[in-house]
Design a protein around this ligand. Structure first.
Ligand SMILES: [Zn+2]
Length: 338
C-alpha cells in the first residue's frame, strides 16, 4: 500500500512541478481533493515540491507530514504510531524500534522533553518500510572547562579513561575482544563453506552485541564527565589511515584491529550523548598517543599491557599511559629527536 501511495504522491509532486511558478504558490490541497491521500500529506508534498526549485522531475518523493498529523503512543513496551494516511481513515500501527538508542528519544517525546517534527515514510533498499520521525530537543550549551577526561580506546579493553584528578578507569568488557575473535573465526569458517546467509546473520548478531556495549560505556562515560564537571577528550579516528606496517600486522588479528567499526561507533555515541548532557567534546590527532611516555615525552614501544619508558623508567599500563596522554594533550607531541 505504501509503495502505491508513494507513487501517487510522486505524481502529485510532478504535476506541481509542471505548473508555472505563479500558480504553484496559490496551490492548496483542495486542488488534489480527488486523491486518496490525506490533505495533510498533500500539503507537505506541495511544500516539498515548491521548496526544491532545482528539481525538474521527482523519481520518488517520500510521503511526509508535519508534527500535527501523527501521534506516538505507548502501551507497556510497545510503541505505536497513529496517523491518517488515506483520506478519512486513521490507524494506529505498532512500531518496532530500530535501535536501542531511539527508545530514549521516543520516551523523551512522550514525556514532553523533546519536540516532534515531521513523519516520513521511506523504503529501505531491502524493501522494508520505515517511519522516520524527526525529533528535536533543547540542549544546554557545552560547559567551558579546562578539566578533561582523556579517553583511549584500548587495545586490551574497550575504553580507558584518565580522569582530571588522576584515577584511571578501565571498562573491562571482556566480551569485546572475545566476541571479535570468535566471530571472525566463525565467519571465516562459514565463508569457506560458502554459507553467505549465515555469515550475514552472524555479522548482525556481532553488531548488536558490540553496539550494546558501546551504548553502555558511552553512557557511563558521559555521566562521569557530567559528575566531575569535565569535558571528554578523544582521539579523532576519522580519516586516519594506519601505517602499512601496522595495518598488515593488525588486520590479520580481529581482536587488535583499530580500523574496526566499533571505534567509530563509540565516538559517535559519546558525541551525541555528550551534546545532550552539555558536556564538552574535544578531538585530538591520535599520533603517538600510545607510544609517548606520559612522564617525559620519550617514544617507546608498548609491550602488550606494559608501558616501560627506556629514558625515565616510567612504568604504567599501556592503555592508561595513552589515556593520560590524550587527557593532557597540549597540541604537540611530535618527537624532535629524529
Ligand atoms: Zn619517560
Amino acid at each position: 500500500m505504501f509503495a502505491r501511495l508513494e507513487k501517487i504522491n510522486t505524481e502529485v509532486a510532478n504535476t506541481i512541478l509542471a505548473l508555472p511558478k505563479s500558480e504553484r504558490r496559490q496551490l492548496t490541497s483542495k486542488a488534489f481533493a480527488d486523491i486518496e491521500i490525506g490533505s495533510a500529506w498533500i500539503n507537505q508534498t506541495i511544500r516539498n515540491a515548491n521548496a526544491r526549485t532545482q528539481v525538474k522531475c521527482f523519481k520518488r518523493l517520500p510521503l511526509e507530514t508535519n508534527n500535527q498529523n501523527w501521534r506516538l503512543h505507548r502501551v507497556g513496551d510497545t510503541f505505536s504510531l497513529g496517523f491518517g494516511l488515506v483520506r478519512g481513515i486513521k490507524k494506529r500501527i505498532p512500531i518496532e524500534v530500530h535501535a536501542a538508542s531511539h527508545r530514549d528519544w521516543l520516551e523523551a517525546l512522550l514525556e514532553g522533553e523533546a519536540k516532534a517534527g515531521s513523519l516520513k515514510l521511506v523504503q529501505s533498499k531491502k524493501g522494508i518500510w520505515y517511519a522516520c520521525l524527526s525529533v528535536s530537543m533543547e540542549v544546554p550549551d557545552a560547559k567551558e572547562t579546562d578539566r578533561w577526561i582523556g579517553v583511549d580506546r584500548g587495545q586490551n579493553v574497550p575504553a580507558v579513561a584518565a580522569t582530571p584528578d588522576g584515577p584511571v578507569i578501565f571498562w573491562k568488557a571482556k566480551q569485546v575482544r572475545h566476541v571479535r575473535r570468535i566471530y571472525a573465526h566463525r565467519r571465516r569458517k562459514l565463508q569457506k563453506a560458502g554459507k553467505h546467509q549465515a555469515v550475514k546473520k552472524l555479522e548482525s548478531k556481532e553488531r548488536r552485541i558490540v553496539t550494546h556495549i558501546n551504548h553502555c560505556i558511552s553512557k557511563d562515560l558521559v555521566a562521569m564527565a557530567s559528575r566531575l564537571g569535565a569535558g571528554i577528550r578523544l582521539e579523532d579516528l576519522s580519516g586516519i589511515r594506519r601505517s602499512t606496517k601496522q595495518r598488515k600486522k593488525t588486520k590479520s588479528d580481529a581482536g587488535q584491529n583499530r580500523d574496526y567499526w566499533p571505534f567509530f561507533q563509540f565516538e559517535t555515541f559519546v558525541a551525541y550523548k555528550a551534546v545532550q548532557a552539555g558536556v564538552a567534546i574535544d578531538k585530538i590527532r591520535p599520533h603517538y598517543t600510545s607510544k609517548t611516555c606520559h612522564h617525559c615525552g620519550a617514544i617507546n614501544d608498548r609491550k602488550k599491557h606494559a608501558y616501560v619508558c627506556t629514558r625515565c623508567g616510567h612504568k604504567a599500563h599501556a592503555d592508561a599511559n595513552a589515556a593520560m596522554n590524550v587527557r593532557d594533550w597540549h597540541g604537540l607531541c611530535c618527537p624532535l629527536n629524529l
